[in-house]
Design a binder for this molecule. Structure first.
Ligand SMILES: [Zn+2]
Ligand SMILES: [Zn+2]
Length: 290
């Protein structure tokens, strides 16, 4: 089974950013201009606690929001895509995160857990959530100089998935606020039938995307749950993560690797592919059930 279509194009998207409508430094139209100039096709403005509704023919805009909860031992930030701003009046900030996910879904949207490493989300908490359509494996603002270095949530997600968490697709988003070193870093590469809101929402629901800060993944094939075959832009390493701590052939190392195969081991329940280029930049696949 091939994870991606051989005929559909990949569009470059950032599904997480802020504007002057919440705590971002640029106006909504300036943010659109920034991402258009940076070569993105799709943008979701996810201001805190309200949907910023603007029109632009420069880039495809997916309506978005970021809602937040402070629990005693962790914060929880949830992105919602594809619903109208009625959510801002219906949302109860003193409720529980699961209620927020349910609300987003009841309004026709999809819910994605933002930056779990930054938020100190625990595997047990993440396993308790239902109805998520994805999670940020990378969040560009969650590192220096604005934050401690918790941009990469991959290890935390591996623990969550290895301990029975639902295998959900992964995003790499900027979460841009200042539009300096954190903006234009990451992309979620998504295969949609066309550049329209319904087509992108369908692709989001189908999980037809991967995250990257540089390398490109062209295709991943799961051959009978026995072999995982990766086609990518020239890489220095391709790493196959799973619920097994040890496996031989876990990493393929070299120069200009563009195709490689991993042989699934006994007891492996999921495989996740990470591609690294010569600059140390990474691309992340979603976890693949085997
Ligand atoms: Zn957040
Ligand atoms: Zn944010």
């Amino acid at each position: 089974m091939k994870l991606f279509s051989n005929s559909l194009p990949f569009y470059k998207a950032n599904f997480h950013c802020h504007t002057t409508e919440s705590d971002g430094k640029l106006s909504p139209l300036s943010v659109v201009k920034f991402y258009k100039q940076a070569g993105y096709d799709i943008l979701s403005i996810t201001d805190h606690r309200a949907v910023t509704e603007i029109n632009s023919n420069q880039i495809l805009l997916i309506p978005g929001i970021e809602i937040d909860y402070s629990l005693p031992e962790q914060w929880v930030h949830i992105l919602g895509f594809g619903m109208k701003n009625t959510i801002s009046t219906l949302w109860n900030r003193f409720g529980m995160p699961q209620e927020g996910i349910n609300l987003i879904r009841s309004l026709g949207g999809i819910a994605v857990l933002a930056h779990p490493a930054w938020s100190l989300n625990t595997p047990a908490f993440m396993r308790s959530l239902t109805g998520l359509s994805g999670v940020e494996i990378w969040n560009s603002v969650s590192t220096l100089p604005i934050n401690a270095d918790r941009a990469d949530s991959s290890s935390l997600l591996d623990v969550t998935w290895a301990s029975g968490g639902e295998l959900i697709p992964v995003f790499a988003n900027d979460d841009s606020h200042s539009y300096q070193s954190e903006a234009g870093v990451a992309a979620t590469m998504i295969q949609a039938e066309e550049l329209s809101v319904p087509a992108v929402m369908n692709a989001l629901k189908a999980g037809r995307f991967y995250g990257t800060t540089g390398p490109l993944i062209y295709q991943i094939e799961n051959r009978n749950n026995q072999e995982i075959i990766v086609h990518c832009s020239p890489a220095e390493s391709v790493i196959f993560y799973s619920n097994n701590p040890w496996a031989s052939g876990r990493s393929v190392i070299g120069h200009d690797i563009t195709e490689c195969t991993y042989f699934v081991q006994k007891n492996e329940r999921f495989i996740r592919v990470e591609v690294r280029d010569s600059a140390g930049k990474k691309a992340w696949s979603s976890p693949i059930r085997v």
